[in-house]
Every structure is written in structure tokens, then in C-alpha cells.
Write a protein that binds this ligand. Structure first.
Ligand code: TXA
Ligand code: MG
Length: 326
């Protein structure tokens, strides 16, 4: 199959036509690129799983525009949903709620809940407006690093999908925060750039006694976000230097991803900057992992601590370094 790549109104309209006809289309969001299908068409949604090689027990997020459209996909809208919507949507937040009968089981992997997100990228909003609710995971091959550019999508899915809508580089760069609000008290299932602190400042309701709950989302058990070369975390400067020198001595081409401030302490080594602030690092991480896997045998990522967005970035880095997750 020929995969077209294009930007602007013409390609968004083409994408909407394809989605309404039961095809799958890659599209930009502010977090990462998504691979979308009509959320109410089970055959179309099935094509997503096939194209990605995604296990069928890993549910998809439904992308909507406008709070008024939520009733089409969920059966019960808790009060907290409107508070979170007003504070953070459209934007990088996914809310898990009880699903309505209209959402096919293939979307939710048979769960009684559905994850719903209102993306803020203008091309995503237009695409949804011109088509329907869009079920979409990240537009990478299963287990690979999520794509933050149209080129990343093409590298994974070129020849397997008819269209990639190009909306530039994703501004957020890591996947949305997922919060489960279907039960008694809300639980964060996947950390993102909307942090626990931000959520708590709006509604003091997240169920955590000092610790954010993660790894409950069905997909979190899978190996994720992994570059196709070895990847390790360096806890401090001496251990980064030691790992680098050991690796180079063995003849392995090696690169270090480090914060801007750290780079001067790694003079003479091959280092790429992750930037300074949490937002910069989130925006750059996946592109650098994808770039690194092409040219290097080992990527050493500096440990970034657990403050704010760095916590969420390290959640992804920790998954990238794991080799033996079930
Ligand atoms: O930012 C994002 O969320 C991106 C863009 C494209 O919107 N999407 C994304 O989708 O990251 P995906 O499929 O790569 O990750 C979705 C995660 C998976 O870990 C899945 O298990 C979890 O969301 N999930 C989806 N529906 C769920 C549900 N009903 N209950 C619990 N977890 C759910
Ligand atoms: Mg994904």
C-alpha cells in the first residue's frame, strides 16, 4: 500500500473521508502521533491492532472534541470529569470512565471502562469534527518508541496505512496523563505532563498517600517506548562516565542523553542535550531515542530525578531500559 503524507486542510479532509470509510489514518496530537479509526466501527478498529502488531488485550483511547460529546461514549459522567475538563482540556489528559454500549469491545479490550481524551492539536480537532469519535493508540509499531513527527510514523508504518497527516513535531512529546475516575476515588494510571500536583490543585481527590499509582493501565505491563539498541540509566556523573568508557572500550558506539546543565561535566564524551526544563526534556526524549538507535549500540540516559514532569519522563525511560518485561 502507498502511504501518503501531507499537511493542511486538504489532507485533514482526506483523512476524515478515510476514517468514515472504515480506514485507519495517522494524525498529529500535541502528545504523540496517533493511529486512528472510527471508534464505533469494530472492523476499522481491528485494523489498528493489525497494523501495529498490538496485543488485543490492550485498550485504546477514544479521542473526542467538546465535553458535550462525552455522553456518546460513556454511560456515567462523574462530577470530577467536568472539573478536569475545564482545567486541562483540550490537552494531554485521558479520563477513564464507565463506557456506553455504543463503544465496541475491541476498543476497550472487553473492559467496562473507556479512556477518553480531548486533544488540543488543531489538526486533530478538525479531523474529529469532520469525521467522528476516533479510537487511537500511539502510531508506532507495538513496543517501539512513540512517534513525535510524521517521519517517525512513516518509519514504523509506511506501506501499512494509507495516510499520515503531518502536523509538525508534537509539542508535549510524551503520552497523556491517564486518570481513572470510574471508581470511588481517582487513580493516576500513567503519569504525564499534567502532574499529580496539577490535578490535586484543581480537585483534591486523587487517591494517593504520597505515591502516585502507576502500572495499572492494562498496557503498562507491556514493554514500551523501547529504542532498538541497548539503553541504560546513569544515576550520577561518575557512573555515566564509567559506563561510557566501558562501552566504548568494548567497541560499542555510545551516546549520552543529558540535561543541558550536565553537559559541561561530560566534556570530551559524545553527548546530546535533553534541554533544561521538564517540558523541554519531554518534548525531545523520543526523537533523541529514535535518532540514537540508528547510529549507536548504547544510549545512556542521565537520571533526571522525580520532580514534576521529570517523574513522568523517567517513567518512560525506565520502560525503555527494560528488556525482560512480560
Ligand atoms: O497521548 C496519548 O494518550 C496518545 C495520543 C495518541 O492520544 N495515545 C496513547 O495511546 O498513548 P496508547 O494506546 O499508546 O496508550 C494508551 C494507554 C494504554 O496503556 C492502555 O492500556 C490505557 O491507555 N488504557 C486505555 N483504555 C483504558 C481503560 N479503559 N482503562 C485503563 N487503561 C486504559
Ligand atoms: Mg503507545
Amino acid at each position: 500500500m502507498l502511504t501518503e503524507i501531507g499537511s493542511g486542510r486538504e489532507y485533514i479532509e482526506k483523512g476524515a473521508r478515510l476514517i468514515k470509510a472504515g480506514e485507519i489514518v495517522a494524525f498529529p496530537t500535541e502528545t504523540v502521533y496517533g493511529l486512528g479509526a472510527d471508534a464505533f466501527n469494530p472492523q476499522a478498529v481491528d485494523k489498528i491492532f493489525k497494523a501495529k502488531g498490538r496485543p488485543s488485550d490492550n485498550p485504546l483511547i477514544v479521542h473526542l472534541c467538546g465535553f458535550e460529546n462525552l455522553g456518546a461514549v460513556v454511560s456515567c459522567i462523574p462530577d470530577i470529569a467536568e472539573k478536569l475538563y475545564r482545567a486541562f482540556c483540550p490537552g494531554p489528559l485521558t479520563m477513564v470512565m464507565k463506557k456506553s454500549k455504543a463503544v465496541p469491545d475491541v476498543v476497550t479490550a472487553g473492559l467496562s471502562t473507556v479512556g477518553v481524551r480531548f486533544p488540543s492539536h488543531p489538526a486533530a480537532i478538525e479531523l474529529i469534527k469532520l469525521s467522528t469519535a476516533i479510537a487511537a493508540p500511539s502510531a508506532n509499531l507495538s513496543k517501539h518508541v512513540s512517534p513525535t513527527t510524521a517521519r517517525h510514523v512513516y518509519e514504523d508504518l509506511g506501506g501499512k496505512i494509507p495516510l499520515i497527516i503531518d502536523g509538525g513535531s508534537s509539542q508535549v512529546g510524551i503520552e497523556s496523563t491517564i486518570i481513572d475516575i470510574s471508581g470511588e476515588s481517582p487513580v493516576i494510571l500513567r503519569p504525564g505532563t499534567i502532574t499529580l500536583e496539577m490535578i490535586n490543585s484543581v480537585c483534591n481527590a486523587v487517591n494517593n498517600s504520597g505515591e502516585v499509582k502507576v502500572a495499572i493501565a492494562p498496557g503498562m505491563k507491556y514493554l514500551h517506548y523501547s529504542p532498538r539498541c541497548d539503553c541504560v540509566i546513569g544515576d550520577d556523573i561518575p557512573s555515566i562516565i564509567r559506563m561510557y568508557q566501558d562501552s566504548v572500550a568494548k567497541g560499542t558506539k555510545t551516546v549520552i542523553l543529558a540535561k543541558e546543565d550536565t553537559i559541561k561535566q561530560l566534556a570530551g564524551l559524545n553527548v546530546w542535550s535533553l534541554g533544561s526544563k521538564g517540558e523541554d526534556v519531554a518534548r525531545r526524549l523520543y526523537a533523541l531515542l529514535r535518532e540514537g538507535e540508528k547510529a549507536f549500540g548504547l544510549i545512556i540516559v542521565e537520571s533526571l530525578g522525580d520532580e514534576g514532569i521529570f517523574y513522568s519522563v523517567m517513567n518512560r525511560v525506565n520502560k525503555a531500559v527494560k528488556r525482560d518485561v512480560k
